[in-house]
Design a binder for this molecule. Sequence first.
Ligand code: CS2
Length: 496
Amino acid sequence: MELNLETLGQLPDGLGPTIDPRELTVGILHLGVGAFHRAHQAVYTEAAMAQDSATEWGICGVSERSCAVSQLLSQQDCLYSTVTVDAHASSVKVVGSLRKALFAQAQSEELLGAFADDAIKVVSLTVTEKGYRHNPSTMRLRQDDPEITMDLAGRPPVTVIGQLVRGLQARYAASGAPVSIVSCDNIPANSHALKALVEEFCSMLPADEADPLLCWIDNEVAFPSCMVDRIVAPASELHRDAAQAALGVRDRGVVACEPFKQWVIEDRFASKRPPWEHAGALMVDDVTPYETIKLRLLNGTHSSLAYLGALGGSTNIAEAVSLEPLAVYARRLMDEASASTVKVPCRFDFEAYKRSVLERFSNPALAHSTLQVAMDGTQKLPQRLLATIADLRAKGAEPLYTLLGVAAWMCFVWLAKDDKGRPLPLDDPLACTLRRATASARSARDVVRALLSLNEVFRPELTDDSWVADVLVDYVNRFTKSGSTVKELGHILSSL
Ligand code: CS2
């Protein structure tokens, strides 16, 4: 038997949704209905509705890149379960807040209809960093992006920015009802950055379309930023079996996640919003301090462990952080990153935060693959590592640990294999540019010079900092010559 509305009544007590999915109407349109959204916002939204006996915040989830997820979810009446795991226990629960699933590329009319529907009060997104099609170093749309050009020319939009602008146009033409757009991606000032990209796209439309739209967006559309946190790994057969054993029905949409979750939201909405604070989200005036700490300490360390771990042959993050030099390194990297964060939330306990990050990375039940975290480095490094380096350099400091993470990324790109010679695939929207840049490199200095001059990734103050280049050359040299990344890391750490 499969999980769906008909089998819902047969679920064991306490494992079903805390609201009745049949009673919900749709009030949220979410772009990017992947595992993260299903283990995070959808969970908060269900709990918020349950707390307040609200029914108007059902979610319409949109798949962006493939129809597989939206089809699968539709076949299960949009029900799916979370399997929450750590070293000691696991728990299964069916989530009922997702009520509809669309595939953007095949259902563009329905998507525009959803944007225009004034029952939709919130449009949210988890489309990963590359979904914004921006240059992370400038936060502007990539000028040479053919997909953006084609969306601007008026085809049914394929890019997320195109979908947002065409969707907002449809809403403006229909009721003009206010709406709030919430980015839930790991980008600094995420929704504010998104607003700038939306406006940039609008300003490339003919003036008679652009001007009224921009004016309406300014008055009626809010872009509250937020910080999201939960480690979610692709579900394995083990997780699906655990769900089946607990539920008594088969769920093909299982998501596997850690127990920890956090959501800090800027409370600046243009429209009614779900009472997420009743589900544990923190509503604040300014998310910057939370976001900077999360991006630089958690995500920065995650990425660095992913590159070092992958080079050293670790397949997942828990395995990587179980190696002494990597654990020591992670700790020192977080100490360094915390010195770069200027604003800190009041009563924030850095020590407890760092300990909890290491504990979370050690969760063996998720098997979060190093290659998955290593993916899209050009889109992640600027906010995770480079911002720390730039801030510390501006203070005259020497961010030796953060640079180690950047050097590991450079080795990962250049060597394309681990210590045992096994290939490490480069999954990055700028993969061709990276390969071209490093193809003729013969030495560590060549590689560092070639990569540092990619202005999509590195800002001029880093490209031109000869101290930074020298440190990177030294690290890349040592890693490439050593034959054992983990041992070499140990040597480097003992010399710092
Ligand atoms: C990870 C994040 O894949 C990655 O790059 O660093 O997805 C991380 O697991 C989340 O941001 C945790 O909240």
